[in-house]
Design a protein around this ligand. Sequence first.
Ligand code: PLP
Length: 413
Amino acid sequence: MTRPGHGDRDVWPAGYGVIAGELAVAGRPVSAWIAEAGGTPLFLYDRALIATRIAELRAVLPTRVKLHYAIKANPMPALVRFIAPLVDGLDVASSGELDVALTTGAPPADISFAGPGKRDTELAAALAAGVVVNLESEGEMARLAALATAAGRRARAAIRVNPDFELKGSGMRMGGGAKPFGVDAERVPAMLRAMVGLPLDFQGFHIFSGSQNLSADALIDTQDKTLALAAALAADAPCPPRLVNIGGGFGIPYAPADQPLDLARVGAALAARLDRLEPAIAGAEIVIELGRYLVGEAGVYLTRVIDRKLSHGEVFLVTDGGLHHQLAASGNFGQVIKRNYPVALASRFDQPAAETATVVGCLCTPLDRLGDKVPLPEGRPGDVVAVFQAGAYGLTASPTRFLGHPEPREYLA
Ligand SMILES: *Cc1c(COP(=O)(O)O)cnc(C)c1O
């Protein structure tokens, strides 16, 4: 929707509305959701927005592309269970996430387990469940093989490759150069040859090179190189890969200057690229794994104003939330420059800005700022602040125990 009259940006994330002067989520004012959930602070996720986002992706991605959800972005069990039937698979990065994934009933072959430092207990759980283990090193391959031998069964294994290129302009780079993730591309052929004779069923490759990218050009370029790399590596594989996970990295706009990703262009380029797919991987499932892009814009963090104060002429709205719940909005989760997330006064969403206020949390640290000098209506104790783009890397990416305040609520609208 367009701006209702305040906040430091021209548009709000799509799908939110105004009812009786308040911010509305899923067709109801936030006060109704807060009452139903039991109070603030509250992470509120709109399942219809998630479904819409997935439908938009399906509409532009080539039909042969499989869409996976990376649970790390938001592991709330009810949300994962809602998403599971809408996607083609789930990607987990811990045995805790694996447990959540297995409750959805997703077929084990469509669940993959990546992440450095998988413990033997985690590998054993993956083996028992029959999910695909994305091997991050030769050592991990040896440990998985030993566990499979001991259990008298075979494990599904893919190799996570650390590519020799990077996804340019990513918020977080996870490929290219020395990295703790995956196996350097040049070491993969030897690893594939060593896999023959081990009780491992080779599944394919996982090549994830970055996250939070808004550039269609950068994503298109990386997808092209990723497919070429997978095709080259397939030459040494014990059998043709069943799947090639080409990563994801689709970003969402956080700062006013961020331009949303041109999804249609990415989809069209991928379709053209798949039309000339190398024979070595022509039979493989091509998987895209997305976390943030599926859920980030479907969530809003709601926190109540406890105090309003003035300091040296600056207005501060002190809330019952903060960085212990929503670290990323405070600029302390990987951001190089602190830029405001979209912040609004949810309880006066239809009102124009009347002042500039800084929204802070209740923690005793200067890092705890949810919005710096935001144009807002005059906020009073009892008002509710909304921080948008809170559906991914919110609650579970925040230091909830810092200062010992209660955990926030989470609710699926
Ligand atoms: C974190 C991660 C993702 C999800 O990244 P998003 O930016 O949330 O889409 C996907 N795959 C791997 C391997 C990851 O580590």
